[in-house]
Design a protein around this ligand. Sequence first.
Ligand code: G3I
Length: 397
Amino acid sequence: MGSKGHELSRRAFLKTTGAAGIAAVVPLLRPISARTWPGNQRSGLRPEPPAVLENGFPMATEPLRGLAAKKGLLIGTAFSSDAFKKDPVYGEVMAREFNCLVAENEMKLDVLQRVRGQFDFGPAEVMMAFAGRHGMKVRAVPLVWHDALPEWARDKTFPRSEALDILREHIFTVMRHFRGRVFAWDVLNEGLSDTGPGLREEGPWYRSIGPEYVERAYHWAHEADPQAALFYNDYAMDGMSEKADRCYRWVQELLGRGVPIHGVGLQYHVRMDKHPQPSEVTQNIRRFNDLGLIVHITELDVWLPKNAARAEFQQQADIYRGVFEAALAAPKCQAVVLWGFTDRYSWVPGISNGTYDHALIFDRDYRPKPAYEAISSVLGNTAPADCGARVREGVPL
Ligand code: G3I
């Protein structure tokens, strides 16, 4: 029996035989737990979600979303509508493990307004419907970004008033469309310069309007949906980095000028050999919390070399463990969102020209990796956090 035949008969078998059948197949299912994760070689088996059988007879661990909810934490993943449409197991594992979704690309300007003035919410609504069916929260990204621009905006400099009109119409139209279904928005993504003082000067918005585009965007966003938590999101500021220091001073100034920013998003794209210490991350989150800001970890992935050895997968697990420990130790880190969850669908091999890979917590066959186990143990084992505080922050879980 090829893998397909084997697979079907096993499921059919489980469906028909129930408990008795389960006892018979337990040995078959055990290999799925991370403890016995067979490393990186392809199994040849059709991807199979870890063994939480329909009748709720748990064979492995309680899914992450259940454990995270008990800690008052949102655990999320980027959602790819392309993967969702072509791969049924993708949705199955996502619905079981996560209580929060972010559109990987479906809410960006190049998708929402591929044609200027014509809003296409179709791809994003695939995710919204899925989230609705599975009781998942949705944080939305990004309203304003210098990248992922449609042809009509790429490399353009508009007359200032026209650029202001474009931004205003986009923010009001998009936020009004999703109002009540999105609890947090990254209003601006990656607006700070990577090196020098001040803002990134790339992109049509800074070029056409100047630095003022930032405050305008946040005030419009707050007007469009006063209930939504408005975030600033960026990378390379997960720990106490120079960029994190600049971001800290900048949002402090914006808050001082009454700009409605409610939170900061730390993207957390790191490599096994280049990542902040958990203590630094907690310290960084704590100082933003002290400004009255919520913090989300928004695009977590931990890159490994393509030919990573088994020990490196364990090091990766330790890094994931550190992130969740830091999040739980901080006063107001409400959400940890991964930039995908299975190595089958990840931006990492492409952007690194194949040098890096294996950045997520399930392998290409949806088998939980040591990283999954590490997160599960942090969420399952630490003393219950003060859930009350988190719930009181207006995002009932
Ligand atoms: O959907 C089109 C498809 O129709 C077309 O055939 C194909 C070839 O051109 O392109 C497809 O669009 C691609 C899209 O991903 C969906 O796969 C875009 O070209 C490609 O640029 C886009 O890359 C995304 C990138 O942001 C730029 O928007 C990555 O998937 C996504 O992971 C990445 O995510 C960013 C966050 O938004 C911000 N922080 C960093 C993070 C990683 O770069």
